[in-house]
Write a protein that binds this ligand. Structure first.
Ligand code: KIV
Length: 263
């Protein structure tokens, strides 16, 4: 059965953890879905993981549409959330236009935006238009420069208070869930208790209502950054290298293809 925004929201009441991972294509969306993932996030991390960018900033709405469509083609039971890329929601009008495209053309069930008070008007307009919104607070990669780089947010009281205030604000505006990225576990626990919507943590400790990781990190497909909060459940990079070396050796030695592999 397809998961809905409502069923994700209700998981908090039932004290059921939410399992989320990023997905950027049909093949992996299908694999993750069949393994029971609740939320597939078409993250703008695709820029760094697959497209060779150094940050998520160069990722365009066009890129996001391309990858969201691919994930949607897998017709997963999981909820599909598409990231709104940098510059696609800096005004209310643009936010509405971009979100509608991700849903109508891309096939997403919901969209995710980074920020708190700064994007209050956009979130309000999206919710009023019937668009399901996931919030994102703490370390927000699109504005990492302004936050002093990829570092833990909310270690100091003023910063922590702001994250808590922003979380309450987004919750009241009607976001259906909230990603907390790279914040101290204690702060994530406080936010989780304070808001009605489920929180989904990444580098935010175990007290959040769910967890998300970048799928490629979780599978041990090496990236440029190796965050401490990642647990690699496989070592696919070494496995890929091993397989390719074997293939190369066989091709060089004339051992591939064999008779049975030829016509
Ligand atoms: O783009 C992304 O992958 C994300 C997750 C890290 C939450 O925003």
């Amino acid at each position: 059965m397809r998961l809905t925004v409502k069923s994700i929201y209700q998981k908090k009441k039932k004290r059921e953890k939410i399992v989320a991972l990023t997905a950027y294509d049909s093949l992996f969306a299908d694999l993750l879905d069949s393994a029971g993932v609740d939320v597939l996030l078409v993250g703008d991390s695709v820029g760094m993981v697959l497209l060779g960018f150094d940050s998520t900033v160069p990722v365009t709405l066009r890129d996001m549409l391309h990858h969201t469509k691919a994930v949607a083609r897998a017709r997963p039971n999981a909820l599909i959330v598409a990231d709104m890329p940098y510059g696609s929601y800096d005004t209310v009008t643009r936010a509405l236009r971009s979100a509608k495209r991700l849903i109508q053309e891309g096939g997403a069930d919901a969209v995710k935006l980074e920020g708190g008070q700064r994007i209050e008007r956009q979130v309000k307009a999206l919710v009023r238009a019937g668009i399901q919104v996931m919030g994102h607070l703490g370390m927000t990669p699109q504005t990492a420069g302004a936050l002093g780089g990829y570092r833990v947010q909310g270690k100091h009281k003023a910063e922590a208070d702001k994250i808590l205030r922003d979380a309450v604000r987004l919750d009241r505006l009607g976001v259906f869930s909230l990603v907390l990225e790279c914040v101290p576990a204690v702060l994530a626990g406080r936010v989780t208790k304070k808001v009605k919507c489920p929180t989904i943590g990444i580098g935010a400790g175990v007290k959040t209502d769910g967890q998300i990781l970048v799928m490629h990190d979780m599978l041990g497909l090496e990236g440029k950054i190796h965050p401490r909060f990642v647990r690699a459940y496989a070592k696919l990079s070494s496995e890929v290298r091993r397989a390719v070396r074997c293939y190369r050796k066989d091709v060089l030695a004339g051992k591939f293809p064999s008779k049975t592999e030829s016509f």
